[in-house]
Unconditional design. Structure first.
Length: 245
């Protein structure tokens, strides 16, 4: 599943289609009547965490890649596209994703300050939200899209490793300095992820995610399915501290 930085990469990659008219909108999505988009001009591309937003004058198409979604720019795949937008000299194709139409103004439904990659990201608001969930595990908090929109499982594992916090620590047990470190590292690592993903070197930089040994102390890393979403978590029991309230 693409995490926030991958959606930012997509947004940059499709920039050439901003301001362009769709000459045909097709696809096998059952949720949206695509005909209405033929002849419409794309006014903008936005992202909110893992949501990719294609903006038209009065409506928006929201793409969520779920587990197996993918896209192709100016080329196709052999499988049928869920959504295909044709331009006079180009095309955008989306596969195995969820497509939804949003008629509400985006500012009314999206809290841009919760998106770790957005210029409007607000760490003070994230801190407030975290403090209102003292018993939430940090591994769940990082994946909570209303607090850290865009953070996915890889970022979660790497951030917790970087800040030496055990994934089963409850948010309320973190000393203030550690809480701030967690919040700022979620952003710092997301931008590192963006840089490395563009260089095709992301995996090479993983310290904990999918790893078997702790690069800091050589101890075996634990792999466990944790939190309310039961996601794969890699951590070191020796150098990631379990804080207790
Ligand atoms: Zn370690």
């Amino acid at each position: 599943m693409p995490e926030g930085p991958s959606i930012v990469i997509l947004k940059e990659a499709v920039e050439e289609f901003r301001g362009r008219k769709v000459i045909a909108a097709t696809g096998n999505t059952q949720k949206v009547d695509l005909q209405q988009f033929t002849g419409q001009v794309i006014t903008d591309f936005k992202s909110w965490g893992k949501h990719f937003l294609i903006c038209f004058p009065n409506t928006t198409l929201r793409i969520h890649f779920m587990l197996f979604g993918s896209y192709r720019i100016n080329e196709g795949k052999s499988t049928p596209a869920r959504l295909s937008l044709q331009f006079d000299d180009g095309e955008l194709n989306f596969y195995a994703c969820s497509v939804q139409q949003i008629d509400t103004p985006l500012d009314e439904i999206y809290d841009w300050s919760a998106d770790v990659m957005n210029p409007d990201w607000n760490p003070a608001k994230a801190e407030e939200k975290l403090k209102s969930h003292p018993t939430m595990l940090v591994c769940d908090a990082l994946l909570d899209q209303h607090i850290f929109s865009g953070v996915g499982n890889i970022i979660k594992n790497e951030v917790l490793f970087r800040v030496h916090i055990h994934p089963k620590t409850q948010v309320g047990a973190l000393p203030p300095g550690k809480l701030h470190e967690l919040i700022s590292e979620a952003v710092i690592y997301s931008f590192d992820f963006l840089t490395w993903k563009k260089e095709f070197t992301l995996r090479k930089h993983w310290l904990a995610h999918t790893k078997k040994t702790c690069p800091r102390d050589g101890m075996p890393l634990i792999k466990e399915y944790l939190g309310k979403t039961n996601r794969r978590t890699f951590y070191c029991e020796f150098c990631q501290e379990l804080y207790v309230a």
